[in-house]
Design a protein around this ligand. Structure first.
Ligand code: CU
Length: 155
C-alpha cells in the first residue's frame, strides 16, 4: 500500500512538474522576444545623423518623398522660406542643425527638426540655445538652410 502510494504520487507529480517547466520557460522566451522587438523598434526610430557612424549622411532631416503637411501648399523649389527658432543641436561634422522652429509660412507648422546646412560657415556663427532667423530652400535633393543667424544669444 505504501509502495503503491509512493508510485502513484510519483506519477502524479511528474506531469505537473513538467508542465511547470514548460510554462516557466515559455514565458521568458516570449518576454525577451518582446524586449528585443522593442529595442529594435527604438533603435530604428532614432534619428540617424546622431548615430555618429554614418559615413555618408543619410537624408534624415528631409526624406526625398514629398509630403506636405495638411493645409500647406506644395513646396516651391528654389523659393526661400524664412523661419525663426531655437538651435537645439549643431552637428558640424555631418552638416546639420536641429532647430525648434515656429511655423514656417506656407511650408510647415511649428516643430523641432533637423535641417541640412550645405555651407558649413553658417553653423560656426550660432550656438546651441540661440534664437535664430533662418531661410529654408528646397531643391531636387531636399531642404537645406541658406541663411542662419543669431537674433538673441542663448543663456
Ligand atoms: Cu519643420
Amino acid at each position: 500500500m505504501l509502495l503503491v502510494n509512493r508510485y502513484h504520487s510519483l506519477i502524479m507529480s511528474v506531469p505537473k512538474a513538467g508542465n511547470r517547466i514548460t510554462m516557466a520557460s515559455k514565458v521568458p522566451v516570449a518576454f525577451w522576444l518582446l524586449v528585443l522587438l522593442q529595442t529594435a523598434l527604438v533603435l530604428s526610430c532614432r534619428p540617424q545623423p546622431q548615430s555618429g557612424k554614418t559615413v555618408a549622411p543619410t537624408p534624415t532631416p528631409q526624406p526625398a518623398v514629398k509630403m506636405n503637411p495638411p493645409g500647406y501648399p506644395p513646396t516651391v523649389l528654389g523659393q526661400p522660406y524664412p523661419g525663426t527658432g531655437i538651435v537645439k543641436i549643431i552637428n558640424l561634422k555631418e552638416g546639420w542643425v536641429e532647430i525648434e522652429h515656429e511655423e514656417i509660412k506656407d511650408l510647415m507648422p511649428a516643430m523641432t527638426m533637423e535641417f541640412w546646412v550645405r555651407n558649413p560657415s553658417l553653423m560656426t556663427q550660432v550656438r546651441v540655445g540661440d534664437k535664430v532667423d533662418f531661410v529654408v530652400v528646397e531643391d531636387s535633393k531636399g531642404q537645406y538652410l541658406t541663411e542662419l543667424k543669431t537674433v538673441a544669444p542663448g543663456r
